[in-house]
Design a protein around this ligand. Structure first.
Ligand code: SF4
Ligand code: SF4
Length: 395
């Protein structure tokens, strides 16, 4: 494992951090993953109040393995749930309880998007609360995670002496959100930068368009798609660490082996041309930049928003058949709980939660138009009529 310095607090951090958004739901698998990461030298775990079951799972694993102090724990204050300053303590206490710890090493304001939002937090007494928590040792460092506009990120950097920041960053579009400009601006101020979504929720791994996969494989038949993505990040000295959450152990092992060799300058000029080619393919084929994070869920009408977008993208990046099969499963074609895009009533409850700023309602209309042709609607009608008549939908 390679390490990079958090110069703000003179802390060596593993270049790979274990992400909690996609941690396995069963205890034994999650424990095996945490232990394997620890044995490989990983010393950073990232989770959040709103990642369902994630804090609880890490808390149980770390308590039962005695590994709490082997990791720096990062978790996040859910800004979207706050109603007043009284909620700072409420959510912090719940996170500590779930994580079975008395302090958080890296605490983030989750999805801070612009200076106006930060000012509102200040008016609720954020600074006084942080000062109290730091004095008691309950919060060791304060940062924020970001999914807004690049210009707002630069403004936020100026508003406080942040201990660290967390941004979405990968080779598919280096100028998206905070982007390379934000990365360099933060690093120039000595602020450690944690990178999230290095694989865009799998879109840069197994879900990568076939044409793009072929381009990578031609350049290096032995290298995994995930390795290509991580190498692009490790090459850059401004990246302190990369976070990734994986459902499977073999994915973790692959990611750890890349982290073992992580080095600034590891990407050659020839490889840069390969990344540019793949990014171009991605731009031309991807319909909706959904990462599958699920922040927009649940939908009151039951629409499986990430599932619909994922299948829609697959329809164009992989092929028609695979996309349709995926859509039938995600939308619950034969299920009582129908979750297709056409169920959307346009309430827009989901849109304000989307870190990718996707116009969900408009895109779902496009999905429905493409993925639910006449035969689909007839099939759904027939299934519904048959299952209602046989009582299968009443259970
Ligand atoms: S706008 Fe549509 S998808 Fe979004 S929450 Fe409302 S019904 Fe669900
Ligand atoms: S639509 Fe947005 S919030 Fe919903 S899963 Fe996709 S990226 Fe996440």
């Amino acid at each position: 494992m390679q390490y990079r310095l958090d110069a703000k607090t003179n802390t060596q951090l593993s270049v790979f951090g274990l992400g909690g958004m996609r941690i396995p739901k069963d205890y034994e698998s999650a424990k095996a993953m945490v232990v394997a990461a620890h044995e490989a030298g990983v010393n950073y775990i990232d989770t959040a109040y709103i990642y369902q079951g994630s804090e609880d799972m890490f808390g149980r694993v770390l308590a039962e393995t005695g590994l709490r102090d082997a990791f720096h724990i990062a978790t996040k204050l859910p800004l979207i749930l706050l109603k007043s300053g009284a909620d700072f303590d409420k959510y912090f206490d719940i996170s500590c309880k779930r994580l079975q710890t008395d302090h958080i090493d890296y605490y983030l304001l989750h999805m801070l998007t612009d200076p106006g939002q930060y000012e509102k937090l200040l008016s609720w007494g954020l600074e006084e609360w942080i000062a109290k928590k730091r004095a008691s040792g309950q919060i060791r460092r304060l940062g924020f995670s970001f999914h807004g506009l690049g210009t707002d990120f630069l403004k936020l950097l100026e508003l406080r002496d942040w201990d660290f920041v967390q941004i979405q960053y990968n080779y598919s579009d280096p100028n998206y959100q905070a982007g390379v400009a934000g990365l360099k601006a933060a690093a120039a101020k000595g602020i450690p930068v944690m990178v999230m979504e290095p694989l865009l929720g799998g879109r840069l791994a197994d879900s990568l368009p076939v044409e793009a996969q072929k381009t990578f494989k031609k350049a290096d038949p032995a290298r995994s798609l995930a390795a290509w993505a991580f190498r692009w990040l490790y090459d850059q000295p401004e990246v302190t660490l990369c976070l990734s959450g994986m459902p499977k152990m073999e994915m973790l092992r692959d990611n750890l082996s890349v982290a073992d060799a992580a080095a600034v300058g590891m990407v050659t000029a020839e490889e840069r041309a390969v990344y540019d080619e793949v990014a171009g393919i991605l731009r031309s084929l991807t319909k909706v930049p959904c990462t599958g994070c699920g922040y927009c869920m649940p939908c009151p009408k039951g629409v499986n928003i990430p599932g619909c977008f994922g299948a829609y993208n697959t329809r164009f990046t992989i092929n028609h058949k695979t996309g349709t099969q995926q859509y039938a499963s995600s939308a619950g074609l034969t299920s009582k709980n129908y979750a297709a895009a056409s169920e959307c009533v346009g309430c827009k409850k989901c849109e304000r939660h989307c870190p990718q700023n996707i116009p969900v309602v408009a895109e779902l209309k496009n999905v429905a138009k493409t993925m639910e042709p006449f035969w689909w609607r007839m099939a759904r009608f027939a299934v519904k009529r048959y299952k209602t008549a046989t009582g299968a939908f009443s259970n």
